[in-house]
Design a protein around this ligand. Sequence first.
Ligand code: ADP
Ligand code: F6P
Length: 321
Amino acid sequence: MRVAILTSGGDAPGMNACIRAFVRRSLWEKNEVFGIFRGYQGLLNGEIKQLESRDVGLIINQGGTFLGTARCEEFFREEGQKKAAEILHQHKIDALCVIGGDGSFRGLLALSEFYKGQVIGIPGTIDNDIPGTEYTIGFDTAVGTAVAAIDKIRDTALSHGRIFFVEVMGRKSGQIALSTALSCGAEDVLIPEEKTNIDVFIQRLEEGRRKGKRFGIVVVAEGDEAGGAFKIAEIVMQRTGLPIRVSVLGHIQRGGNPSAYDRVWGSRMGDAAVKFIKNQMTRVFTAMKGGQIVPAYLAEAVSGVRTVDPEMVQLVRICAQ
Ligand code: ADP
Ligand code: F6P
């Protein structure tokens, strides 16, 4: 078979481990394997190159994606999807694997209306917001990066007796915020999945001060419906006069060496994708369910945003008493 792989949307640490395993398992299965550079944009530009084993050497420990990634306007339109299908047919590609988030999966499903080969998704986004899978490549590293940053912020927060509002990534999702908050012993977590009640939030912060807490960390997801960390901090400062500082962690969460966890599960997902192709599957993605990698329909992945566990939100607050 002739199989191809591309990365699309936001990059995520562990994508390289995944590409490496996909390429080497494909070669093991005697497939010819092709890398498509710069996502759907690169596909439309015909940026396709055959890959050999040595092409994916020395990347397992690197963040980012050696294939490059992109966001592509043209691919949102039917003409773009038709053109991409034609290019894949010209190159006689039997199966296309896309590592990306829910947007990339939407694109893949749209492409499959015109492309005759098999399409397989691999969930790769630091946000871990894809329904139908407990894990997406990059989440573990991103949370690790946020936790390491907050461990430093805590030192200065404690020295000055300040409350820090730390904004983490998560465009539509509070998954990074929640895992980070629990790992850091944060005072509170503000996420888009839960409507922020400013009065209750302020009461909790003031109660903490009364109980003798000398400093505080509040983790805010960038997508929180009450606004970003700056906006919420301003409201709270005006109403309480508490000594508050804001820190927006931003894109450092997207980079850096992948954790062992992201390398292991990135590799296993790359491997699973080739097996799905061999088993004639299509329009599925490599999902983690109950700690196992299983096929799940792409349609499920694009059905909304993965929900957060409300007990985990409560646990952050219980532990912050
Ligand atoms: P992610 O995959 O990380 O969620 P995006 O949402 O930015 O990232 O999507 C990546 C790319 O996938 C977009 O730039 C676009 O080319 C393609 N895409 C996203 N949604 C669709 C869609 N509904 N139809 C066709 N292509 C899409
Ligand atoms: O989807 C991953 C993500 O890092 C989001 O958490 C964030 O909102 C977005 O990508 C940022 O995207 P960009 O690459 O456009 O800065």
